[in-house]
Design a binder for this molecule. Structure first.
Ligand SMILES: Cc1cc2nc3c(=O)[nH]c(=O)nc-3n(C[C@H](O)[C@H](O)[C@H](O)COP(=O)(O)OP(=O)(O)OC[C@H]3O[C@@H](n4cnc5c(N)ncnc54)[C@H](O)[C@@H]3O)c2cc1C
Length: 405
């Protein structure tokens, strides 16, 4: 006999658990399904195991989407302060780390247990691990075929997340269900991901793995469908395969393949002006001059890559050459070969086209009773707790709408 519920939520991650708890507490009979054996692995590994669960400054400006207005309604109705109040209610010790980012003091497991407890309060039924074979529309609702039998529900919420980190259970089920019901998908690609570089222009930098420094980074993008301009001041890290660190993860979400990213390695300084000004009095070699402000190995790599001998004397350099060197440091434009892909990406850009959904309820406009929340939707946050805030806010928006339905 098929089990009948008011609401079936597919995907017991951040958004799915939040939505199930809210709909359950609102009086609905809810079932929550997930194919994973272990609950909410992405929350567990997030924030280096301490879950950067929100950002107190979160607002629509921190999200990418083909429709930047879509996220406004949900984010304003369930704010970072609302989630923080829940964290405080469960007495989870936490701290602010950097630019409004809130982390657990101890373990992300506490956030998972908090959401599980909220689901308990809402009387949510669990099916886990449970493989979903497909979702079909019935006369009065939906039928979900699973490896533990058929489930019938008046409404279905798709909360299966994005494609990043497939080894812990990411799948494309959400996009497949959206496509099956005739909803458009904004092309997906890895976001918040290290960028890779190769070829002759990168040779001088390949040995610099491990070097880190604060930089400004931007994309000159602005071209291409949905391209948005990004600009961040964060730490950069040289890796064996290219560049990483918060600066690169942030800009990767704005980067369009084939276009350059532009790095300012000394954002506080007009390097050309300072070098030209110092020429008359400075007796040092170029490499040693730059090493006053940059890691010495990086200074040497930059000089070699730009055709300067590190042992050339500053005093002997023509102003035009120093301007070229200044540009190479303050406006270093490089075209990444690619990215580390979904294997390393923290998020998936793109997803279910927001024009297909109600921004108040997350329900598909042309399929009453079918909802999409969290990362499956074309709303992607910056690094720093924003993606969880979207998961909570979109989960609550759908949960409240379901409770009222
Ligand atoms: C390494 C890493 C660190 C991160 N750190 C942070 C951070 O500190 N702060 C932050 O804001 N964001 C962070 N993120 C991003 C954040 O984890 C996600 O944006 C967020 O979890 C998305 O929530 P969601 O509920 O939409 O999807 P998820 O949390 O990914 O949940 C999706 C659920 O659906 C299930 N599922 C998938 N396919 C199926 C299927 N076919 N059948 C049944 N179930 C299925 C999965 O098992 C999973 O439980 C991090 C991501 C990664 C990869």
């Amino acid at each position: 006999m098929a089990k009948q519920y008011d609401v079936a939520v597919i995907g017991a991650g951040a958004a799915g658990m939040m939505c199930a708890a809210v709909a359950g507490k609102g009086g609905k009979r809810v079932v929550l399904l997930d194919h994973a054996a272990k609950l909410a692995e992405k929350i567990r590994i997030s924030g280096g195991g301490r879950c950067n669960f929100t950002n107190i400054n979160a607002g629509p400006q921190n999200f990418l989407s083909q429709n930047p207005h879509f996220c406004k309604s949900a984010l304003s109705r369930y704010t970072a302060q609302d989630f923080l109040a829940l964290v405080k209610k469960y007495r989870i010790a936490h701290h602010e780390k950097h630019k409004g980012q809130l982390f657990c003091n101890d373990s992300s497991e506490q956030v998972i247990q908090m959401l599980r407890a909220e689901c308990e309060v809402g009387g949510v039924h669990w099916r886990m691990p449970c493989k979903v074979a497909g979702v079909q529309k019935t006369e009065s609702g939906f039928s979900i075929a699973t490896d533990s039998g058929e489930i019938l529900a008046d409404s279905v919420v798709i909360a299966t997340g994005g494609l990043s980190i497939p080894k812990i259970g990411a799948s494309d089920l959400g996009y497949r269900i959206a496509t099956q019901f005739g909803l458009k998908i904004v092309e997906t690609r890895p976001g918040l991901v290290p960028l890779t570089f190769d070829g002759p222009s990168w040779e001088a930098f390949a040995p610099l793995a491990g070097i880190a420094l604060e930089v400004e980074v931007s994309t000159g993008a602005g071209k291409g469908k949905g391209a948005q301009r990004g600009h961040f001041r964060e730490d950069l890290l040289f890796t064996h395969r290219g560049l990483s660190g918060p600066a690169i993860l942030q800009i990767s979400s704005y980067w369009q393949p084939g276009t350059p990213i532009v790095l300012d390695l000394l954002p506080e300084m007009d390097v050309a002006e300072v070098l030209i000004g110092a020429k008359k009095t400075e007796k040092k070699q170029l490499g040693n001059v730059l090493a006053q402000w940059l890691p010495a190995r990086l200074a040497e790599g930059l000089l070699l890559a730009n055709g300067f001998a590190p042992d050339a004397r500053l005093a002997d350099m023509a102003d035009a050459k120093l301007r070229k060197l200044g540009d190479a440091i303050n406006r270093w434009a490089i075209v990444p070969t690619g990215s580390e892909g979904y294997r390393k990406a923290e998020v998936t850009l793109g997803g279910v086209d927001t024009r297909e959904l109600s921004q108040q309820t997350m329900m598909a406009n042309k399929v009453p009773g079918l909802y999409f929340i969290g990362e499956t939707v074309d709303v992607t946050g910056w690094l720093g707790g924003y993606n969880f805030q979207w998961a909570w806010a979109s989960g609550v928006a759908a949960g409240l709408a379901l409770a009222e339905s």
